[in-house]
Design a protein around this ligand. Structure first.
Ligand SMILES: C[S@@+](CC[C@H](N)C(=O)[O-])C[C@H]1O[C@@H](n2cnc3c(N)ncnc32)[C@H](O)[C@@H]1O
Length: 264
């Protein structure tokens, strides 16, 4: 409860620092707000994906949950058997964040996407349907969880998602053998500072000028805040955008270094 209140307070503080669109002088970031944050189109794909979520939320069956990530407040490690509906409720991206990812890929059209943390594949589906020409490598450490995600992908007829089961640290080098450079990385698992920075460094070796990194839960803990500070100040990062629940960084050399806090 105290943690939740603290988070809410931080969010209110974040809102005070938000930059209005009239104070965005960078045309690149202006377009980001126009085509992504302020694009309220209700794409029919959203409804399809939310139907899958609804189905997951109705499943009372237990699965064996192995979480290789940060000890979650909602699921302590000791709780090994978890209901599908509880995982779907607590781990999947919200519709708002899913739609954000959808619009992001729709606008920037990344060909190769890496997602660290599949869970039941809600965010993977948003990205796979937002830009059907992308190829998504999605990584999940929990076999039973990934099994359900795989079923969801085939149910939606999505052939552009490649599921990989394993620890991020172990499978990442293998992914980079297949795709030499990555256009978009969504970091959504193992929310620990050291781990996040390690994945960041590994993926950084494979970026090109237009690569985008999206880091989830950048204000979730002290460690994640510190990881975000390190990332946004990294010399390779040109533009960083703090949306509170998610952070986005760009590496485009033509952009001057600037940090934005925007309303999401
Ligand atoms: C927040 S959930 C991902 C949610 C998913 N992106 C979505 O929105 O639908 C994070 C997932 O990452 C997995 N995970 C965490 N750390 C991992 C690691 N080191 N290696 C592999 N999987 C990991 C967890 O098992 C969990 O299912």
């Amino acid at each position: 409860m105290i943690e939740k209140l603290k988070y809410l307070f931080q969010y209110l503080f974040h809102l005070l620092k938000v930059r209005s669109k009239y104070r965005i002088h960078s045309p690149f970031v202006y377009n980001f707000t126009k085509y992504i944050l302020n694009n309220n189109t209700q794409y029919p794909d959203y409804e399809q994906i939310e139907k899958v979520r609804k189905d997951l939320l109705s499943r009372a069956r237990f699965i064996k949950r192995i979480d290789l990530g940060a000890r979650s407040i909602s699921f302590p490690y000791s709780q090994r058997f978890v209901r599908v509906r509880d995982i779907a409720r607590k781990s999947s991206v919200t519709p708002k964040k899913g739609q954000f990812l959808y619009k992001l890929v729709k606008h920037y059209k990344p060909r190769s996407v890496i997602e660290l943390g599949t869970a039941f594949g809600i965010s993977s589906m948003y990205m796979a349907m937002g830009y059907r020409n992308c190829h998504i490598y999605t990584v999940e450490g929990c076999t039973d969880t990934l099994y359900i995600a795989t079923h969801n992908f085939s149910r939606m007829g999505l052939g552009n998602i490649e599921e990989i089961c394993g620890d991020f640290d172990i499978v990442l080098p293998g992914i980079f053998k297949k795709c030499k450079t990555v256009d978009l990385v969504f970091f959504d698992g193992n929310h620990k500072k050291e781990a996040t920075l390690r994945y960041f460094d590994e993926c950084l070796k494979h970026i090109q000028n237009n690569t985008i990194f999206v880091i989830d839960d950048i204000h979730w803990s002290k460690g994640m805040k510190s990881a975000w500070e390190n990332i946004r100040q990294h010399p390779s990062v040109s533009v960083s955008i703090d949306l509170f629940t998610v952070g986005v960084v760009f590496f485009r050399k033509e952009l001057s270094k600037e940090d934005f806090i925007l309303r999401f």
